[in-house]
Design a protein. Structure first.
Length: 517
């Protein structure tokens, strides 16, 4: 028998979609497994322990998940078998094994489809879209996101709609469609409740701010970061406060305010260490390293970049690791340590190719092109610069295109092709001018975005009014319904009382007649 204390974790287990509140909760659930339990309860606890440990202890997570799967087979629980493959897919995703993640998600979808479990089915569809997003296969990701979005809109699941729209916004941002990204992020925020989803709103503000950073509209970016910081401080979320300060530091760095950027990074690092968040700690350390590099403090830059790299290596974050390699390669190049710089670029390059990180690919190719120009290996320099230029043109990265033509100019001058060098110099100047002229374009984009934001705000206000009217109408209908029920009950009681007194009167009359006879 379970004691009274043991009932609480089980009740919470069935009330919440996922417990995962810490090692103490996991240990409590493991202790319950030693007691006599119904198979359904045991299965759910095994799944929950496995889900909680997929990031911290993979082997133990698999052990518990396999036990849950065997129980699901014994109980002929098709949904439980689907849940097993969904969690295994989540595990593969966290550890970067995207091929296995897609395979396991497809298995989960087959089981969920068999049981007509639409909620689990479309949750897995969304998760599968996340995999394609990580792999930069945006067409596949959008197809899956739109399928999930249609379902969440049908059942009026605002949280689901908001999350899918947020991911679609990330795709637009990564593709350079910044206006579409901003509009999608704003629509995502529209579905969130200010009280219940405060931290999701803060994260949404950060996403919008980051897009404005890419656009170079730093004033608007700062505005959104400050709004996010206000929400985070109001709700006491140290993680989001740290994230806001880090993004503000990036903004100050881009504006050339390196000391102010360092102050923001220091605040962010203090909060990140206070909550022991390794991802956030490593991100701040890497940004600080890049900032020190810009300040000319190269030894300090390498020290912080190595610290960030060590944490990323423990987390198994391949994209972040390759970014660290590229950052460190640039620092070594500034120091004149070209051998170490080349090695780091070459270590980063295949990872960027595997992950489909187009901007990262350009950065590595142009870095190698500049490096080989210094080493007078002109053929190698030309090959890498041409590759970087092709990718830059595909993603519309004007800054990288300008840099590529500058390197090509150097190669042509060193090779004695002065006419070509002149042409490349003109192209470099042209793209540099295009970057400057983008200020006007950005202002126009900003104006259009403000217009769309006002339109969305009006739509949001109309929705709130409609929702309030609908709520009031439902309340009136409910009141009328219960009023009618009350009147009907009173009438029924009245009829019963009438029949009762008539029956008493008739019985009294009969008795009187009997006495008279």
């Amino acid at each position: 028998m379970l004691n009274a204390r043991a009932y609480l974790p089980i009740l919470l287990l069935f009330c919440l979609p996922s417990l995962c509140t810490g090692q103490e909760a996991i240990d409590s659930l493991k202790a319950i497994l030693g007691q006599t339990l119904h198979d359904t309860v045991r299965q759910r606890i095994l799944f929950e322990i496995g889900r909680c440990e997929i990031e911290t202890d993979t082997l133990e997570a698999i052990m518990y998940l396999d036990q849950a799967f065997r129980l699901s087979e014994e109980m002929e629980d098709t949904r439980g078998q689907g849940l097993y493959y969904e969690i295994r897919g989540d595990m593969n995703r966290i550890h970067g094994d995207y091929t296995c993640a897609l395979l396991n998600y497809d298995r989960a979808l087959a089981y969920y489809s068999e049981t007509d479990d639409d909620n689990s089915y479309y949750r897995t569809v969304k998760n599968k879209g996340n995999i394609y997003l990580f792999m930069a296969d945006y067409a596949q990701a959008l197809n899956l996101y739109n399928s999930a979005l249609d379902y969440y809109r049908r059942i009026r699941n605002n949280d689901g709609v908001s999350r899918v729209l947020n991911n679609i916004g990330i795709i637009h941002k990564n593709k350079g469609n910044y206006l579409e990204a901003l509009t999608t992020y704003e629509e995502s925020l529209r579905y969130l409740d200010e009280e219940e989803d405060a931290m999701s709103i803060a994260q949404g503000y950060i996403n919008v701010g980051n897009v404005f950073v890419y656009l170079g509209i730093y004033e608007r970016a700062l505005e959104y970061f400050e709004r996010a910081l206000e929400v985070a401080e109001k709700n006491g979320s140290r993680k989001d406060i740290a994230l806001c300060n880090m993004n503000c530091g990036v903004l100050q760095h881009k504006c050339g305010n390196f000391q102010e950027a360092m102050n923001m990074y220091q605040r962010s690092l203090a909060d990140a260490r206070g909550i022991s968040d390794p991802v956030l700690i490593s991100n701040v350390l890497i940004n600080m390293g890049v900032n020190y590099s810009a300040m000319g403090q190269l030894d300090k830059a390498l020290e912080l970049l190595r610290q960030g790299l060590d944490i990323k290596a423990e987390l198994g974050d391949d994209k972040a690791i390759s970014n660290c390699y590229a950052n460190m390669a640039e620092v070594y190049q500034k120091q004149g340590n070209l051998v170490e710089s080349e090695d780091l670029y070459r270590r980063a390059l295949p990872v960027k190719e595997k992950l489909g990180d187009q901007e990262g690919l350009v950065r590595c190719h142009l870095g190698l092109g500049s490096l080989y120009l210094t080493l007078e290996r002109y053929a190698d320099a030309q090959m890498h610069v041409d590759t970087g230029l092709v990718v830059s043109e595909q993603i519309g990265a004007l800054e990288h295109m300008a840099e590529a033509y500058k390197i090509k100019q150097g190669i042509a001058e060193a090779s004695g092709f002065f006419r070509d060098a002149y042409d490349y110099a003109m192209l470099h100047r042209q793209f540099k001018d295009s970057l400057v002229s983008q200020t006007t374009t950005m202002a126009l984009v900003d104006m259009e975005f403000r217009h769309r934001s006002r339109t969305l705000e009006k739509e949001n206000e109309n929705l709130r009014i409609q929702s309030r009217l609908t709520s009031e109408l439902m309340e009136k209908r409910t009141f009328l319904f219960y009023s009618l029920i009350g009147i009907a009950v009173l009438l029924a009681l009245g009829l019963i009382l009438v029949f009762y007194f008539m029956r008493r009167l008739r019985m009294g009359s009969n008795k009187l007649e009997e006495r008279t006879l």
